[in-house]
Design a protein. Sequence first.
Length: 525
Amino acid sequence: MRVMHITEALGGGVLNVIQQLSALQHASGISVTLLHSIRSDTPSETELRQIFGATTTRISIPMVTDVSPVKDLFSLLLIVKYIKLHNPDIIHLHSSKAGVLGRVACWLTRRKHICYYTPHGFSFLRKDISHKKRLFFRKIEQFANKFCGIVITCSRSELEHAQSIFGSEKVCLVENSIPFDLIIKSVGNLGGTCKITTAGRLSPQKNPAAFQRLVKGLEDETATFLWIGDGDLRSELFINGALPHNLTVTGWSTRKQVATYLSMTDVFVMTSLWEGMPLALLEAQVAGLPAVVLDVDGCRDVVENGVTGYVCRNEDQMLEKLRLLIENSTLRITMGRLARSKALLRFNQSRMHREMLSVYLSGLPSGVKRFESFSNAYFLESIFPYDTQLLASIRSLAETINLVALESALDTTLPHETALSLEDSFQQLSNRLSEVIGIVEAVERKDIDVVLANNLQAGIDLALQEMEGPVSHIIRTLLPSCLDVTTGSGWQENAIISLVNFSERLGRHVSDRFSGEESLDSRSA
């Protein structure tokens, strides 16, 4: 199978997502081609070779961000040329300009039925352009949609915008993911003060002037501030012609450096005016940081208000919530753990990859034949039926096995090193359960009992191997039925009951522990 990705915006979050998709698709036996342009935020050719390696065929063509009839026509003709030359089975367009030109090219080459488009933040949502220009961009999206198959949105807010323009039939949601390989769990700022961090290009979208006002408004608090990144609007962070004494700007940083900065942070902040689904925010939540964000598209889709952070109406409310987190380290830690637990399951790469391939498959008339050779069987999930109630129970189990629930059951706060070790064990179990879900979704119904029982048992045993003493006892107590999983008569019914009961019990432990804290209401469970 051949997939062609096309983008004009090969930089920032779009680059990150395309790199993930390309690597995952290649690992699944798919031939991947990337058609892209070069712009100011695109890495150098040497860096691109390191990012994509030899597994992705890259072709650079000229495309410009602004509307230019002559240049756009030339770009369109090149896209048509390469589509005909490579004859892909799937064409996936990324960002607005490639979305418009690519959809027209697919129509011209009679490939509308294999055309998919991800906006990564609609251009008509930008706040740095005039209202008239935003209306113009919206009209262009409506026009281009006549030439396209499916719009794949990356956040719920983007989904709602797409449905309002295109209708519901041609729109679906596949949330972004991030690679977990370099992310380090936060231990906070060891210097005693609360460190508040943001990340991104210093540009109108990221609204650095608002961040500067937060810094100024909290100058009397025991807090320091960090901006990871750089850009043309650095001066908007200045007070009296210089950076405030409690604010540091790192300059451009590698992924590894960003991960290190986040590991020494206590609270993450985003003052963005608009977003698609910000990957920096995803990384912060996976690192275990509570987040305080403005109520804008993308940000509100990631942060669960009052549970993994706060979604604020305005800057004044951001100041209020930041003061609360600065003064209450227990609240910061609790929210951070919930953020990490939820984000590790929600934003993992295998989930995005599986969902994306399911969307691709839905548009292929001979999908079963095209996917028969894949080594990872769960890509066939749309072909074979499966027990949705059972899978929902397993998902619930995976989501509720976390350190917060364990500490609630033990009615104590574990030492830091023990907590880190146990959280790794829980993550192994959650990852194993996620794999089980994929396996079950792939196999024929007659094999479900055997495959699921064996893998669920193996996943539980794996996590238990590294647990000793009262910790192991608590887990064994909470998982009585799951530890005796068999493939005998009535196994599915018993497994569903035991998994649901286990999830409910952990949920009650979490809810009881935090029932007295106004900031964490019943949604904490």
